[in-house]
Every structure is written in structure tokens, then in C-alpha cells.
Design a protein around this ligand. Structure first.
Ligand SMILES: [Fe+2]
Length: 192
């Protein structure tokens, strides 16, 4: 199939546009997290934004490689405009990532596969896996906010300062790092 006539071309354009907006949104949320004093979470969100730009770059290169006509690609699609507040957007972002990872990108991959664009299908599939991991990470953090256990757990945790590396095994994280004096927002949230 000719790329110019394919649905894959539209999927590629939609994926690129969506991921660029995801990346912008994560930068906004990261800034909110920083303003609220959640430095470690801000870094995590910034990392997701950086990953999104890497995905966008791969999709952009694929479009340049395949779209020999080099024309404008007109697309119509719905994109989310969610709150930029960190606490509420962790949950909604997790839902968006899950939808992308479970539905949208596998659907795009199937279209590309059926039309014979295996390299694009593989890229969509790999991106969907990252989206699902993002969804889990964001859902985990949202849950910690919801039940108030971000820095205070029922069990012993290893708390580590993301600034200086100081570490302690306790139920509760420190208010101020005993070594570098950086505030609680720099504490690495331990994964379960
Ligand atoms: Fe520290």
C-alpha cells in the first residue's frame, strides 16, 4: 500500500500530535509539583515529558522518511485538556496513559501492521508499553496522595534523599534531610 493513501499516515500524525501535547502537559504538571514543593515527583514528571519528546522525535522521523510528498497532514482528533494541578492530574494522567497504552496505540499498531508498515507498527507497540508503565507509576503516586501515605507508611520503608543520597529505614520520612537539609519534597517515594 502507498503510504500517502494509508490510514497509517493519519495514525502517525495523530500519534505525533497527541504525544507532543502529552509532553507539554507533563511539563506544566511538573511545574505545579515544583511550586507545591514536591521536587522528586516534579523530576519524575519531567522525565516522562522527556520520554514523550523522544517518542515524538521517532514518530517525526518516520513521517519524514515515509511521507515523500512532504505535504501537510490534516487530522481531526480529540485531545484532553486536563487540570494542571499536580494532585488531581496524577490520576487523570494515569487514565490517559492507560487509554493510550491499552487502546489507542495497539489500535494504531494493528492498522499499520495490516497495511504492511511493520516498522511503524513496532514503534506504536513499543510506545504503548511505555504508556502502560507510565500509567502504573502515576496511579501509584495518585494512590499515595489519596491515602496520605506519600511520606508516611504503615510499614518500614527505605527513604532516600534524591539530592544527597542519604537513606534511612523507617515508617516515616524526615521533614528535613539530616545530611543536606533539603526538604521532604526531595525524598524518593519507594516503589511497592
Ligand atoms: Fe539530603
Amino acid at each position: 500500500m502507498e503510504f500517502s493513501q494509508s490510514k497509517t499516515k493519519e495514525c502517525l500524525a495523530r500519534a505525533f500530535a497527541g504525544i507532543c501535547q502529552d509532553g507539554a502537559r507533563y511539563q506544566f504538571i511538573s511545574k505545579s509539583a515544583l511550586n507545591e514543593g514536591y521536587n522528586y515527583i516534579a523530576d519524575q514528571l519531567k522525565l516522562i515529558a522527556k520520554n514523550k519528546m523522544a517518542h515524538a522525535s521517532v514518530l517525526y522521523s518516520l513521517m519524514l522518511e515515509k511521507n515523500e510528498e512532504n505535504d501537510n497532514v490534516n487530522i481531526e482528533a480529540g485531545y484532553p485538556f486536563e487540570s494542571q494541578l499536580m494532585q488531581t492530574s496524577l490520576r487523570s494522567s494515569s487514565d490517559i496513559e492507560r487509554n493510550e497504552g491499552k487502546n489507542i496505540f495497539p489500535h494504531f499498531a494493528k492498522i499499520a501492521q495490516d497495511e504492511g508498515f511493520d516498522d511503524i507498527a513496532e514503534t506504536f507497540s513499543l510506545i504503548s508499553e511505555v504508556n502502560l508503565r507510565n500509567s502504573e507509576k502515576l496511579s501509584f503516586l495518585a494512590g499515595k496522595f489519596d491515602d496520605g501515605t506519600l511520606y508516611n507508611d504503615d510499614k518500614i520503608n527505605t527513604w532516600t534523599c534524591s539530592n544527597c543520597g542519604h537513606s534511612e529505614e523507617k515508617k516515616e520520612a524526615w521533614e528535613k534531610c539530616p545530611l543536606c537539609s533539603y526538604p521532604q519534597g526531595y525524598v524518593i517515594i519507594p516503589d511497592e
